[in-house]
Structures are given as C-alpha cells and as structure tokens.
Write a protein that binds this ligand. Structure first.
Ligand code: ZN
Length: 254
C-alpha cells in the first residue's frame, strides 16, 4: 500500500497493489509517490531487511532477496526513511493510535506470517538487525497438537504453529489453541521487554473471541509474577503500517 499525505486525516492519495516482481513493484511505487510534491519518503518493508543499507536480505518471496529498496527511491531526490513493516505499524500506532503517550510497547501482527515491532524508551526496536518475534520458540504440546508446524526454518516456532498459514495447513485449528500459542508468545515478549501495552493486529486477530481469550490466558500463564500490560487491538486497523510510513518520512526530514 502507498499513500501520500502527512497523517490519518490528510491522506491525499493512496493505492494498493500486489507484491509482484521487485523491479516492477518498486517502479510502480516510485511512479505513484513521484507524482506528488514530496518532502520525504517513508518505507515500511516486509523483511528480513538490512536497516543500514536499506535492502531486503534473504526472503522466501521469489526474486526479492538482496533487493535494494531504498536505492529505487533515490531518483526522487528526497530523504528516505526505511524500517520494517511492523516497526512502521508500531510507529503509526504510537503517533495516532493505541500507543499514544507510551514509550515501551510492542505491536504484533498475526496474518499470513507473524511479525512484531515496537518501541523501548521511546525508540523503535532495532538491535543488531531487527527483532523476529514470529520466530520465537514456544512450548509445543504434541499430545494436544501433533501438527509439526510450517516454518521452513524452525518448524514449530510461533509463526510455524500460529500464523494464518499454519492454521490453514493444520486444517482443524481451534480458536482456543490459537489463543494458547499467541498468549505464550505475548508472555515471552512481556518477559523480555516489560511493555506497557501489547497491540495485536493482523487478519487472524479478526477471529471472534480470540483477543478476549488471549487477554484471559496471559494472566493465567503469568501466574501472578509479572507486571502485565494491556493487550489491545490496533486503533488504526490495517492502516497502521502505511500511516507509520508517513511518520517515517517525517522523521527522515530530521
Ligand atoms: Zn520460524
């Protein structure tokens, strides 16, 4: 998705097109934003990415490995902000949505895959490259769920067991099992980062009752030990990422 504007109430133009071949897809995006009078560009990219060089690294998406995303926008002659799609979504929620006024929070999206970004002490989470929340290992009770998982790297990591693709491959996924895995994932994040809030977005989270089951299960798993965050839906819905990219552009102006 591409948008031109400065915020949720000022999107002057937007377009959605599928991710095809890298050259054509990027050319289309550059052409679309290039029509506007731009001050800066912000990009929230699927990963994994190299944040220093503005490139996508090794991805199973055909043709996209080692694509230089930032360079494709260089011809526009304006500053380019670049981060992961999930950090962009976190930034959008921080500026206008469910994380306004917080300085430590996590945004997790549960869709085809599982990804996460967020802020610690008011700064976007980066680290050596960027977090891969979807690939954390979680307890897998094979008596309850004999499914091997679908992650090509780890089999039964969180994404391998609880992504939309995993649910489809398992065939008989229940909302209770999905809630169990996501609650385990949220508790791991709470253990490491002590966030003030956890925002759960993505298509799978539209499943009726799922958010409520996770909200109930996390305190049970925590067993009274942790300071627990609110667990909420995104306030910006599926626009969090593209609005966050507008904020990435503003930050790129320095
Ligand atoms: Zn994995």
């Amino acid at each position: 998705m591409c948008a031109v504007g400065t915020g949720p109430d000022d999107v002057v133009d937007s377009v959605v097109f599928p991710t095809g071949e890298p050259e054509k897809t990027l050319a289309r995006a550059v052409e679309f934003v290039g029509r506007a009078d731009l001050a800066a560009v912000g990009i929230g990219s699927f990963g994994p990415v190299d944040l220093r060089h503005g490139t996508i690294t090794a991805t199973p998406k055909p043709g996209w490995s080692n694509t230089d995303v930032v360079a494709a926008f260089a011809a526009l002659g304006v500053p380019v902000g670049f981060d992961t799609d999930v950090n962009a979504a976190a930034l959008g929620e921080h500026r206008w949505g469910a994380a306004v006024g917080l300085d430590t929070f996590v945004y997790i999206t549960v869709g085809t895959g599982i990804g996460g970004g967020g802020m610690v002490d008011g700064r976007l989470l980066h680290g050596m490259s960027h977090p891969e929340i979807g690939h954390m290992r979680i307890p897998h009770d094979r008596a309850r769920d004999p499914f091997d998982g679908i992650c090509p790297y780890h089999g039964d990591c969180l994404e391998g067991l609880a992504s939309g693709e995993a649910m489809k491959a398992r065939g008989d996924s229940s909302v209770e099992l999905e809630a169990e895995y996501l609650a385990l994932g949220v508790l791991n994040v709470v253990s490491v980062l002590s966030p003030q809030r956890v925002i759960l977005g993505g298509g799978v989270m539209n499943e009726p009752g799922l958010l409520e089951l996770i909200q109930r299960r996390v305190p049970e798993l925590a067993a009274g030990y942790f300071a627990l965050p609110d667990i909420v839906a995104p306030a910006l819905g599926d626009r969090a990422g593209v609005l966050g990219a507008l904020e990435l552009a503003r930050l790129a102006l320095g």
